[in-house]
Design a protein around this ligand. Structure first.
Ligand SMILES: *[C@@H]1O[C@H](CO)[C@@H](O)[C@H](O)[C@H]1NC(C)=O
Ligand SMILES: *[C@@H]1O[C@H](CO)[C@@H](O)[C@H](O)[C@H]1NC(C)=O
Ligand SMILES: *[C@@H]1O[C@H](CO)[C@@H](O)[C@H](O)[C@H]1NC(C)=O
Length: 327
C-alpha cells in the first residue's frame, strides 16, 4: 500500500469506530429518561448560615439529562449519621426544567461544611442519598423503578478566620541564649476550613513597646509553616535595661504574629493577629564591678559612672600586677 492508501484506510477505520461508539452511546442514552449513571455526583458551595439560600445558579445542578422522568424520589440512609441530619427535602428541591430539558436539584438551605469544632468528625463533605427514578408514566411501579446513588458534595468556602490558641503569647528569654537556638514552640493557630483554606502561614512584624525596639531583628520564625521562634541576633539585657532607665518591666520585645490562611485567590485569604511578648532577662555576662567609698553615684539608677571620682584599684592575676590611680 502507498502512504495515501494507508492513510485512507486508517481514516475509514476511524470513522467506522466513531460510528460504532456513537451508536452504542446513543443506544444507551435512549434507554431511559433516568440516565445511565449509577452514581450521580453534584456539588454545591457551603453556606454556613443555616438559612434559605438565594435563587442563584450556583445552588442549582442538573442531575438527569435524558428526558423527563415521570417521578423522582430521594431517600436517605438513616444509618448514615451525617446525612441523617440533613433530610433531603429540608435542604433540597427537585424539579424538571423544561427549557434546559434537565432534571434539577436546587439547594434551598445552607449547610455549614466545617462544623462547630476543629475535628473532622462534624465536617459535612458528602451527603449520600438514594435516588429512585421512574422513567415513564406507563410504568410508575415498584418494578420499573431505577435506583441511583446521589452524592452531594459540599464544597468548602473560606469562611473561617485562623484562631490563635492560648494567645497572646509571653515568654522569657535569657540574654545569653545563643543565636540560632529555638526559644519558643508554642505559637499555634487553627482554622475550621479545609485544604488550603485551612493551611496557615505565620509571620512576624514589629509591635509597639516602651523601648520602641524592633523584635523582628532579634527573633525569627525559621519556617512560616510552624510557630517556632528562634534567636536571630545576640541579645543584650544591659543596653535595654539602661534604655529603660532601670525599669526591668520594660525590657521586652513586642512582636505581632500574623496567621494567614492559604485560600485562593489571595484576596479571599483571612488573617488574624496576636502578640508575642519576649522579656529579656539578665545573664551573668558582666565582669565584677567595684564601687569605692569615694564614688558618688549619679542619680540615674542605671548609670555606672561616679561623680567626681577618686579611685585606686589593684588587680592581681597570676604573676601580673596592675595598679592604677585616678581622679
Ligand atoms: C437549621 O435550622 C433549623 C431550623 O430552621 C434547625 O431545625 C436545624 O437543626 C438547623 N440545622 C443545623 C445544622 O444547624
Ligand atoms: C523591623 O525590622 C525589619 C527587618 O529589619 C524591617 O523589615 C521592618 O520594617 C522593621 N519594622 C519597624 C517598625 O521598624
Ligand atoms: C612569677 O614570676 C616569677 C618570675 O618573675 C616566677 O619565678 C614565678 O614562678 C612566677 N609565678 C607564677 C605563679 O607563675
Amino acid at each position: 500500500m502507498t502512504q495515501t492508501q494507508v492513510l485512507a484506510s486508517k481514516c475509514v477505520f476511524s470513522v467506522f469506530l466513531l460510528y460504532l461508539t456513537s451508536t452504542r452511546v446513543s443506544a444507551q442514552v435512549m434507554t431511559s429518561a433516568c440516565g445511565s449513571e449509577s452514581t450521580i455526583v453534584i456539588k454545591f458551595p457551603e453556606n454556613d448560615l443555616n438559612v434559605t439560600l438565594p435563587l442563584s445558579d450556583e445552588y442549582v445542578q442538573n442531575v438527569l439529562t435524558n428526558g423527563e422522568p415521570t417521578r423522582v424520589d430521594v431517600n436517605f440512609d438513616p444509618g448514615d449519621k451525617i446525612t441523617a441530619k440533613y433530610p433531603f427535602s429540608d435542604y433540597f428541591l427537585t424539579s424538571y426544567n423544561t427549557v434546559q430539558k434537565a432534571f434539577q436539584v436546587r439547594m434551598i438551605k445552607g449547610i455549614d461544611r466545617d462544623g462547630a469544632t476543629g475535628t473532622t468528625e462534624d465536617d459535612v463533605n458528602i451527603l449520600q442519598y438514594q435516588l429512585v427514578c421512574f422513567p415513564d408514566a406507563a410504568a410508575v411501579s415498584f418494578y420499573s423503578a431505577q435506583y441511583r446513588v446521589l452524592k452531594i458534595q459540599i464544597l468548602d468556602v473560606n469562611d473561617n478566620t485562623p484562631q490563635f490558641v492560648y494567645a497572646p503569647y509571653s515568654y522569657t528569654v535569657n540574654e545569653l541564649t545563643p543565636v540560632g537556638l529555638t526559644v519558643f514552640r508554642g505559637i499555634s493557630a487553627t482554622d475550621l476550613d479545609e485544604g488550603p483554606n485551612k493551611q496557615i502561614f505565620y509571620s512576624f512584624s514589629s509591635g509597639p513597646s516602651p523601648l520602641n525596639l524592633n523584635g523582628t531583628q532579634y527573633f525569627i520564625l525559621p519556617s512560616e509553616l510552624e510557630g517556632i521562634v528562634g534567636v536571630l541576633s545576640p541579645l543584650d539585657f544591659e543596653s535595654m535595661y539602661a534604655a529603660a532607665q532601670g525599669d526591668a518591666s520594660q525590657v521586652y520585645y513586642n512582636i505581632i504574629v500574623t496567621a494567614r490562611d492559604s485560600a485562593s485567590p489571595q484576596s479571599a485569604q483571612r488573617t488574624s493577629q496576636t502578640t508575642l511578648k519576649i522579656t529579656i532577662t539578665d545573664g551573668d555576662d558582666q565582669g565584677p564591678e567595684f564601687i569605692y567609698p569615694s564614688c558618688i553615684r549619679s542619680s540615674r539608677p542605671t548609670s555606672k559612672s561616679c561623680i567626681r571620682p577618686k579611685y585606686l584599684t589593684s588587680v592581681t592575676s597570676g604573676n601580673a600586677s596592675i595598679s592604677r590611680r585616678g581622679y
